[in-house]
Design a protein around this ligand. Structure first.
Ligand SMILES: [Zn+2]
Ligand SMILES: [Zn+2]
Length: 779
């Protein structure tokens, strides 16, 4: 008996455009003997199937398992279902041209690293794309960074400046080809080209790639225009080149990331757990922070003191674009041998965002780079390299950008309204929350320079526009002077929509829950800076969170920060403040140990006692700073955020972990809150003899004691009847020793622990949290 024929129409949503979904559907439908069509619409792919009901059922069952590698189906909605009249219907299956339709859920595809097929082509001398640095297909290449408007089609990308040649057009129009509707496809005949500029912006003679490689081999620094902006490249084994690069970038200590030619090279220098390898070779291809092998530390060949002076970890990535691949590995006839590792650090002056255009690079990388390897594939929006680490056994993003952003974070429950969230001052991201999702922008960065503020404004305006959403509220931090807050208020005023202030650590907590599809539980947020509702700086906060809001259950006792930010930059000031708070006498000997003069000590003491420019801070990050300084590990002046804590963690890693010394803290209840006070420890360690020669053990002791304190806080929260799960958020939980200690002990007690995975634990998560909090409010 023959089945009756039916028509069924579906909307497929998720990551469905720019990933080769339509040709996959086309081939599947053809194989199943189904007629109809498939079409890109704004935000969804519409699929009309005509044929036997059973065959259509089978097709729809098979589809989720047959998706191309980078596609993701979030929802399949049936739009229509009807009997197909005898003799009616289509005679074949077609891919229809894209249409723009109303009320979409637009998904902007993220940029992806070069795929294995493209990689094979560009290394095959017989292929027409041999050696072509802008080779892409539906599975790889730039997307977000070249999109000018949605839907994602070549006409609306910066590639529209390059009309396809007949060969490329044939691929683009052939549903059986990997480049069918590959919107950024190109070839040497019709696509973008490399160029080489000197620092005056004048074109340099010769083959750009070869000259650039030769410059690297001779110890030069080359600004390389990548997928989402400029990087600075140098030979990672060349001490002189690295020294020069650090000096020119005025970046004395902050680690440099490296790009390795292949996995074998990575393994030669670093321990690579399988989860880390999976990340490195994924299409997202982030920089992964790996532990350097002990033999690579002792062998002098790799200059770790210049690559990563503060900790024996190295940020490593594999080539993400054909251009990077060609920089590492020579093409035929190039006499400069392959580089094992190249430093690839952000192409910026300290604090600024990475350069996007060739002109910007000439202007801003002068005095840093020796040459610029440029091209004419314009970058519309910036995307830095993403940064990940293996945290408590699984990947955790520390910087979410290329490859991950702007993929949506799906929520457990739809938001009540559409929100533009402006994020924090450091590691800024912005977000648009609407319906059941929040779209977080790629890492915008620290808002310290006019260039960074321009970058913020550009993304804050472009993102809602791409998503075709109008914000009904703007979420900002409580701190009135933050640049993101000021801009958010301006945008809200322009649009006549309300501003919602969200406390910094509450935003951390909300982000941690949202990422896991949760709404309620305990959240321990350990952080550096963030204004509390009482005007003090918070940052060691245990909250009970539910959809209605939060209650503050526990914190660290506040201490003055003499000089405010100056005390963050010079951690010895914090030790003096801790000693003053603990009633320890500031003897010349004690001050000398910190590199502090008696005069400085006296001034800071007065600041603390009289509360002159000495804001109170509860932050856990400051406990790490102060102990690091007390143990002689912190630098005299910090040159990048978190440096003192990073040195303390590195020292703890060197500890034998036997007879771990305990750092005492007191617990008291005040105004219904548990307060942890570290004064006893600072008083104890005022005696230099205790720590002499044992800094590493004390460093580990500090981690283990802060974990004890964290557990005490969480137990206090659990005992007052608050339910699991427990989320850990804040920059301090980037610390792998602390996170392991706290998470292991909670898990051993059967507590479900939520760690950040897809969104950073640092301030990169603030925009997500703000969007969720403000989006759930009615007013
Ligand atoms: Zn490809
Ligand atoms: Zn072409």
């Amino acid at each position: 008996m023959k089945d009756d024929k039916v028509i069924r129409v579906f909307d497929l949503a998720g990551v469905v455009q720019g990933v080769g979904l339509r040709p996959t559907v086309y081939l599947l439908a053809e194989k199943a003997g189904l007629c109809g069509w498939v079409q890109n619409r704004t935000g969804v792919v519409r699929l009309r199937l005509e044929g036997e009901a059973r065959a259509i059922d089978a097709f729809m069952r098979r589809l989720p398992g047959a998706l191309p590698p980078n596609a993701r189906l979030d929802t399949v909605s049936e739009i229509e279902s009807d009997a197909l009249p005898e003799g009616a219907g289509a005679s074949d299956f077609k891919i229809l041209p894209s249409v723009l339709s109303g009320r979409p859920t637009v998904v902007i595809p993220a940029d992806l690293a070069i795929c294995t097929d493209c990689r094979a082509e560009i290394q095959d001398p017989c292929n027409r794309r041999y050696g072509y640095p802008f080779t892409t297909c539906t599975r790889c290449g730039p997307r977000y960074t070249v999109v000018e408007s949605m839907p994602y089609d070549r006409d609306r990308t910066t590639l529209s400046a390059f009309p396809l040649c007949p060969a490329c057009r044939a691929e683009y129009e052939n549903p059986r080809d990997r480049r069918f509707h590959a919107e950024s496809t190109a070839c040497p005949r019709c696509g973008p080209r490399l160029s080489l500029l000197d620092m005056q912006g004048v074109a340099v003679e010769g083959d750009p790639l070869r000259v650039a490689r030769q410059t690297l081999a001779q110890g030069g620094a080359v600004g390389v225009r990548g997928i989402g902006g400029f990087l600075l490249a140098a030979n990672a084994f060349d001490r002189e080149a690295l020294r020069k690069l650090r000096e020119r970038k005025r970046r004395p200590h902050k680690p440099f990331a490296v790009m390795a030619a292949d996995m074998a090279t990575v393994r030669r220098y670093c321990a690579v757990p399988s989860a880390a390898e999976a990340l490195l070779i994924s299409p997202e291809a982030p920089i992964v922070i790996l532990d350097v092998l002990p033999e690579a530390v002792s062998g002098a060949r790799l200059p770790l003191d210049l690559l990563t002076p503060d900790a024996p970890t190295l940020g490593v990535m594999l080539p993400t674009s054909p251009l990077h691949l060609f920089l590492l590995t020579p093409l035929a006839g190039d006499p400069v041998p392959a580089f094992e590792l190249l430093v690839m650090t952000s192409g910026n002056r300290g604090g600024e965002p990475i350069c996007l255009t060739n002109a910007e690079a000439v202007d801003r990388l002068g005095g840093i780079a020796d040459l610029l390897l440029c091209h004419d594939r314009e970058i519309n929006l910036r995307a830095d390299d993403s940064l990940a680490v293996i945290q408590h056994g699984a990947p955790q993003l520390w910087r979410r950008a290329r490859g991950y952003a702007p993929n949506a974070i799906l929520l457990a429950r739809p938001l009540r309204r559409c929100v533009l969230a402006m994020g924090a001052e450091l590691k800024n991201t912005v977000a648009v929350g609407f319906e059941d999702r929040v779209v977080v922008s790629p890492h915008v960065g620290d808002l310290e320079t006019p260039e960074a503020l321009d970058g913020l404004e550009r993304v804050a305006r472009a993102l809602p526009q791409f998503l075709e959403r109008r914000a009904e509220a703007v979420a900002v931090d409580l701190h009135p002077d933050m640049h993101a807050t000021v801009l958010g208020r301006r945008i809200a005023a322009e649009r006549g929509v309300p501003v919602v202030e969200v406390q910094h650590h509450y935003a951390h907590a909300a982000a941690a829950f949202a990422e896991h599809g949760e709404e309620a539980g305990l959240a321990l947020v350990m952080d550096g800076t963030g204004l509390g509702t009482d005007g003090a700086v918070w940052g060691a906060e245990l909250f009970a969170v539910d959809p209605a809001g939060y209650r503050r259950l526990a914190t660290f006792a506040p201490v003055p920060l003499p000089g405010g930010d100056a005390a963050v930059r010079r951690p010895a000031r914090q030790v003096v403040a801790r000693w003053v708070a603990a009633g320890v006498e500031l003897t010349d000997g004690r001050l000398r140990r910190l590199g502090v003069t008696p005069e400085e000590g006296a001034v800071w003491r007065q600041q603390c006692l009289r509360q002159l420019n000495a804001p109170l801070t509860h932050a856990a990050g400051r406990v790490f700073d102060a102990f690091s300084a007390l143990l002689g590990l912190a630098p005299e002046t910090v040159t990048y955020e978190g440096q003192s804590a990073i040195r303390l963690e590195a020292a703890a890693r060197r500890s034998s972990r036997r007879d771990v010394p305990h750092l005492p803290f007191s617990q008291s209840e005040k105004d219904g809150m548990l307060v942890i006070d570290w004064a006893e420890s600072f008083a104890l360690l005022a005696d230099e003899r205790l720590t002499a020669g044992r800094a590493c053990d004390w460093a580990y002791g500090e981690h283990s004691s802060v974990a004890d304190a964290a557990l005490a806080m969480i137990e206090y929260g659990l005992s007052s009847g608050n339910a699991c799960p427990v989320a850990l958020s804040g920059g301090v939980f980037m610390n792998r020793i602390l996170t392991d200690l706290v998470a292991q002990r909670l898990e051993a007690q059967g507590v479900r622990v939520l760690l950040h995975r897809r969104i950073p634990p640092n301030d990169g998560c603030i925009a997500l949290g703000q969007a969720v909090v403000a989006g759930n409010r009615r007013t």
